[in-house]
Ligand binder design. Structure first.
Ligand code: PLP
Length: 374
């Protein structure tokens, strides 16, 4: 063990070596990923089911012979052709990434320079702020209204300091709320802004509608999608962006040459090809989402109506952090979120029916053991 004092001194020396923007960065902290143990894991919005069987077949096929001896297709052509046919766009409207986090990195690097402004709603996906921080960019966190709508100010082309906003990112459905801005609202925001608008649809497959159609209407609108949630492939790392071809060509300059490996391209191509699996999985998740929200309301929580694969819950009097800790002691992991200047709450991923029943049973016992009367 290195003594704390010498570790702190070493950290200070390293901070003096790196760029000031990096030294100032807190660093993005992902949700807990315990390795081993028998957790009921409802904290990072993974899909509780196995992916389409076509995925394993595709990975096996791509790992035989000499495929892995060669570099992968830098353009991921097979995936783009398959996805384009399903989404109703042309292949050159698609850019693939090593998870949608990779695409977000590419987008921030492409559009926002050091000292320039990125706008995001708050509370939302914290990674946007981290990416802006790495870039040395300024972040304008625009607070959601209490009903999770966005005031007109979000669509202003200028930051509060009077500088042009260079990129706006909206997670839609939003995390942690699970709420959705309608395509009509996003259309208005996109038209009013004069910069690129990224609509992060990591949870889009669980929602009642999406903003893909806006990409055709507005060359500044870019939609990103992930395979981590709706395709049950968080361990694989694959996502894609949809934008007009001349925008995609700019993004291609910024991405790593081989940002997607041969196995993930083959697997994602097979996964998106199995739309029957997606439909079936979506139906299961949506039914269990209803069961989860109902169960939490019965226990006195406010459960936000969700368009994603998680439910945001707050309680008028109970201490959210203590409930999270008590559940953890019972082997159930959910996400406790605290947003400075906003408040806190619990974000619970939609698991299987069995997992959600176990969670609700645990939560009920905790509520009985530590009642917090209003
Ligand atoms: C999970 C998530 C992502 C990241 O998806 P990956 O494809 O796993 O990188 C992006 N945006 C939001 C809002 C998410 O919740």
């Amino acid at each position: 063990m290195i003594p704390d004092a010498s570790r702190a001194a070493a950290d200070l020396r390293a901070a003096a070596l790196v760029r000031p923007a990096i030294a100032a960065l807190a660093g993005y902290v992902p949700g807990e990923q315990p390795q081993g143990g028998s957790w009921i894991k409802l904290n990072t919005n993974e899909n509780p089911y196995a992916p389409s069987p076509a995925v394993a077949q595709a990975i096996l096929a791509a790992s035989t012979g000499r495929t892995l001896a060669k570099y992968p297709d830098p353009a991921a052509t097979a995936f783009r052709e398959r996805a384009a046919a399903i989404l109703g766009v042309e292949p050159d409207w698609i850019l693939c990434g090593n998870g949608s986090d990779d695409l977000l990195t590419i987008l921030v690097r492409t559009f926002v320079g050091a000292g320039e402004c990125l706008r995001m709603p708050y509370p939302s996906y914290i990674l946007y702020r981290t990416l802006a921080g790495i870039q040395g960019s300024a972040v304008e966190e625009f607070h959601f209204s209490r009903d999770w709508s966005l005031g007109a100010g979000f669509a202003s082309p200028l930051s509060p300091r009077g500088e042009p906003v260079k990129l706006a990112i909206i997670a839609n459905p939003n995390s942690p709320s699970g709420t959705l801005l309608s395509p009509a609202t996003v259309r208005e925001i996109g038209a009013s802004l004069s910069c690129a608008l990224v609509v992060d649809e990591a949870y889009g497959d669980f929602a009642s509608t999406n903003c893909l159609g806006l990409v055709r209407e507005n060359e500044r609108v870019i939609v990103t999608r992930s395979f981590s949630k709706s395709y049950a492939l968080a361990g694989l790392r694959f996502g894609f962006a949809v934008a007009q071809p001349h925008i995609i060509r700019q993004l291609e300059k910024v991405k790593d040459s081989y940002n997607c490996d041969a196995l993930s391209i083959a697997a994602a191509t097979a996964a998106i090809g199995d739309q029957a699996w997606l439909e079936q999985n979506r139906a299961l998740i949506l039914a269990t989402r209803q069961r989860l929200a109902k169960g939490m309301r019965k226990l006195g929580f406010d459960a936000q109506e969700s368009e994603a694969n998680f439910v945001w819950c707050t309680h008028p009097t109970r201490p959210h952090r203590a409930d999270y800790e008590a559940l953890k002691q019972r082997g159930i992991l959910i996400r406790f979120m605290h947003y400075a200047g906003w408040g806190d709450g619990l974000r619970i991923t939609v698991g299987t029916d069995e997992e959600i029943d176990a969670f609700l049973t645990g939560m009920e016992a905790i509520c009985q053991q530590t009642p917090h009367p209003k």
